[in-house]
Design a protein around this ligand. Structure first.
Ligand SMILES: Cc1cc2nc3c(=O)[nH]c(=O)nc-3n(C[C@H](O)[C@H](O)[C@H](O)COP(=O)(O)OP(=O)(O)OC[C@H]3O[C@@H](n4cnc5c(N)ncnc54)[C@H](O)[C@@H]3O)c2cc1C
Length: 345
């Protein structure tokens, strides 16, 4: 029987940290969550609930996880946060890549429907060579996060005063502590997003995570009614938000360039589609993700249990590290963490 008297501290109150805290509290653990009030990736991303369609041929495992686990988001959290139509569109500039995507969608079983490229819903953009309706949609992240925070409170998760927690590793006991967190904690779950590598390094804990910067943008003049992806071009996606649109840019060989380079790429892609008229309305943003550095690691729902550490990680007797990869799969990540918590020591 798992020891339900264990006290758990979750560090990081983003969508993943909160989902872990809720799942653990519902399974009978005594859980506290420590956040620092900053807007991590959960409050500054494209806001796309992924079906996996856009990732299918490129990152099939991530696509599969999105398709299988996105339904774990409770409807009462997701629906009030929805912005724009409940479906999105995937467009192709040329027919070249279509078969590759179609095969990948069929392989995973993602519910994608081909539509006429002249469909009225696509009237705002240059007609594509091929178009598909995908079951993806955009959300208002502030609403989603506020609802999940309320659910955590209602599920019995106690929240510690807002502050930046620092991890200390005691070489004698092989445990980490966070100083005064209001009581004894048997296990700590670190879900501090892009700050995880620095926090582990400061505590002297070896790991195999890395940070990666992602350029994206906001355009105040574009008001799309549905999430639209371009799957073979110079633009990744335009996602509706409450007051503007979020613009996603594809990386070049996994990398992004300088501010000037990325702003120019974004501007050119929008001009090409007749969507950009004023530079004053376009703002470049940078996001940072934390992800496993090793090719074999699970890019979605990565969990390291340092009581029995994976290769390249230090042993720590009371620490788990969780990286969801996508907020779409946060509940899957939470389930994995809690299954570790439930294992016998
Ligand atoms: C540009 C961009 C676009 C993306 N688009 C999508 C998308 O459309 N769909 C999708 O599913 N996923 C998307 N993602 C991925 C998704 O945003 C992340 O996987 C997810 O939000 C990570 O959640 P998290 O809770 O682990 O981390 P975060 O949301 O980063 O939360 C971590 C929290 O911990 C806090 N923290 C850090 N250090 C400390 C400390 N010392 N003490 C206390 N608190 C601390 C941070 O301030 C933050 O509030 C995108 C990511 C980026 C960067």
């Amino acid at each position: 029987m798992p020891d339900r008297t264990k006290k758990i501290l979750v560090i990081g109150a983003g969508l993943c940290g909160l989902a872990i805290a809720v799942t653990a509290a519902r399974r009978g653990f005594d859980v506290a969550c420590a956040g620092d009030g900053r807007r991590g990736a959960s409050l500054a991303n494209f806001g796309q609930l992924h079906s996996g369609a856009v990732l299918a041929p490129v990152l099939p495992d991530v696509a599969q996880a999105c398709w299988h686990h996105r339904n774990e988001w409770p409807d009462e959290l997701l629906r009030p946060a929805q912005v724009g139509k409940p479906c999105g569109y995937a467009l192709f500039n040329t027919a070249e890549a279509v078969d590759r995507y179609r095969t990948a969608w069929q392989h995973i079983g993602i519910d994608v429907e081909e539509i006429n490229p002249g469909h009225p819903a696509l009237a705002a953009t240059r007609p594509p060579a091929a178009a598909f309706r995908v079951p993806d949609f955009s959300v208002d992240l502030d609403i989603l996060h506020a609802r999940l925070t309320a659910l955590a409170r209602d599920s019995g998760v106690s929240s510690l005063p807002r502050r930046q927690v620092r991890l200390h590793r005691d070489p004698e006991t092989g445990m980490v502590t966070v100083g005064d967190d209001g009581g004894r904690r048997d296990l700590i779950v670190l879900t501090a997003g892009a700050d995880i590598p620095d926090m582990l390094a400061q505590a002297g804990v070896a790991h195999t995570l890395r940070q990666r910067r992602i350029a994206w943008g906001r355009h105040a003049e574009i008001r799309p009614t549905a999430l639209t992806y371009w799957l073979d071009g110079d633009l990744l996606a335009i996602s509706p938000d409450r007051a503007d649109a979020r613009i996603g840019l594809p990386s070049i060989n996994g990398e992004y360039g300088t501010n000037e380079v990325e702003y120019a790429r974004m501007r050119t892609a929008l001009v090409r589609r007749g969507l950009h008229s004023s530079d004053a309305e376009l703002r470049l943003q940078w996001g940072v993700v934390c992800e496993p550095a090793t090719a074999l690691a699970d890019l979605t729902s990565f969990v390291a249990d340092l009581r029995d550490p994976p290769t390249g990680w230090s042993r720590v007797l009371n620490l788990l590290v969780a990286v969801p990869g996508k907020w779409t799969t946060a509940w899957h990540c939470a389930e994995r963490v809690v299954s570790y918590l439930e294992e016998e020591d």
